[in-house]
Design a protein around this ligand. Structure first.
Ligand code: PLP
Length: 404
């Protein structure tokens, strides 16, 4: 080209970023520990002895997080939706049938992906906030045989948890179906026993409970799921998401594509911190943190969107009172208090995350205070000090006993 295009006007990054980083208290991404940030700044060759040692450790630590002894655990370059796509693409193809259990946006996404690869689908659930109903699942199987069932453990979009996951998984297995579970917002925040509950595929992202960076995700396949993948005759529509090809890298240290090295190193550190803390202590920390936050919100005079028995602890959904603009509440929190929380996908709620590093005492106090003040600014009178007192009381001490 004789006259090359000119570069655009340039703005240094620091002019775009806020002078003080916002505290990420939304539905993800979440704050990351310093060790994770440091690892994310390192690039090494994605093949070779050093990387092999890294991959070996990441797999062993991920097996602990998933609670599985399956060797078919791997990382995926991409968001949690990429891991979701890998699960769906490898186990569904034209002629296969899937039952999609829906609670909201993310469980519905698996249905879209299943249809896109040519599988036929039936859907049940769909209203929110509501948990899945085992009887409805049984009724669906009474009419049809399914190859795959998809569901989410915690539906981030509306704050509902399917606490009956073990019963649903056990029933689907008894019917010969493979179970694909989205544990994106729940993994390491609450119990998820992959082998014990006989879940066939579990997917998760880096940017939520694991407290790593977005963009590198994890997936685990059971031996039963792997056998289906190995025997598959139908052509694979994807290169990157082909689990057999991915296993060349994650199982045999051979080239598949250039791996996202810094993200894998960040995942290494995030998983190491999880193993050091132990799952039991981590689950306790999340539960205590979320329950204290919920108590504080209610004592302030706000309502929680989801009934206690099906409420997800990892993401807490709050009703926006009539006449109040949720967007303005969130904007005030961000602009005046440097705290960011989430809106929702068409629902009249705001959402506060309780995943990984979000579950620290200082983050809770800052967030609850910022939210109370923001509601006041919008003309909705909250009992700010009652809320803060309830938070302090239910917390019963700090959550920073384990600081990475
Ligand atoms: C439960 C759940 N599943 C899937 C996703 C999709 O994750 P990603 O945006 O990383 O693709 C999210 C993201 O919020 C989620 O909360």
């Amino acid at each position: 080209m004789d006259q090359p295009l000119k570069p655009p006007p340039l703005t240094p990054l620091y002019r775009i970023l806020p002078s003080e980083p916002l505290l990420l208290m939304g539905a993800g991404p979440v704050p990351i520990p310093a060790a994770v940030a440091l690892a994310n700044g390192v690039v090494i060759n994605h093949l070779g002895e050093t990387m092999n040692a890294v991959i070996h450790e990441v797999k062993e630590m991920a097996k602990y997080a998933f609670q599985t002894e399956s060797p078919y655990v791997m990382g995926v370059a991409g968001p949690s939706s990429a891991a979701m796509e890998m699960a769906i693409t490898n186990l569904l193809w034209p002629g296969r049938k899937a039952l999609i259990l829906e609670n909201g946006t993310f469980s519905a996404r698996m249905g879209c992906m299943a249809e896109a690869v040519g599988a036929s689908t039936d859907k049940i659930g769909g209203s929110h906030p509501a948990a899945l109903d085992l009887d409805e699942v049984k009724a669906a199987f009474a009419k049809t045989k399914y190859d795959v069932v998809t569901l989410v453990q915690g539906e981030t979009s509306c704050g509902v948890c399917n606490y009956n996951l073990p019963e649903i998984a056990a029933f689907c297995k008894s019917q010969g179906a493979l179970v694909i579970l989205d544990a994106v917002c729940t993994l390491t925040t609450m119990p998820m026993w992959m082998d014990q509950w006989e879940v066939d595929v579990v997917i998760t992202g880096g940017q939520k409970g694991i407290s790593s960076i977005p963009g590198v995700s994890l997936i685990a396949f059971s031996k039963t799921a792997w056998d289906v993948i190995i025997k598959r005759q139908a052509p694979m529509p994807h290169w990157c998401f082909d689990a057999r090809k991915a296993h060349r890298f994650w199982g045999e240290q051979q080239y598949h594509y250039t791996a996202p090295v810094p993200g894998i190193l960040a995942m290494y550190e995030a998983l190491r911190l999880i193993c050091e803390e132990t799952l039991q202590k981590r689950f306790q920390r999340h539960k205590r943190s979320s329950e204290a936050l919920q108590a504080g919100i209610e004592a302030m005079g706000l309502n929680l969107f989801v009934p206690t028995e099906i409420r997800l602890n990892s993401v807490v959904a709050i009703d926006i009172p009539k006449g109040i603009d949720g967007f303005k509440v969130r904007k005030t929190m961000a602009d005046k208090f440097n705290v960011e929380i989430s809106g929702a996908f068409g629902l009249d709620i705001i959402r506060i995350g309780q995943m990984g590093e979000q579950c620290r005492s200082h983050n809770l106090f800052k967030t609850l205070y910022a939210m109370g003040m923001a509601f006041r600014t919008q003309g909705f009178e909250v009992h700010l000090s009652k809320g803060m007192a309830a938070l302090e009381q239910v917390l019963g001490g700090d959550l920073n006993d384990y600081v990475p």
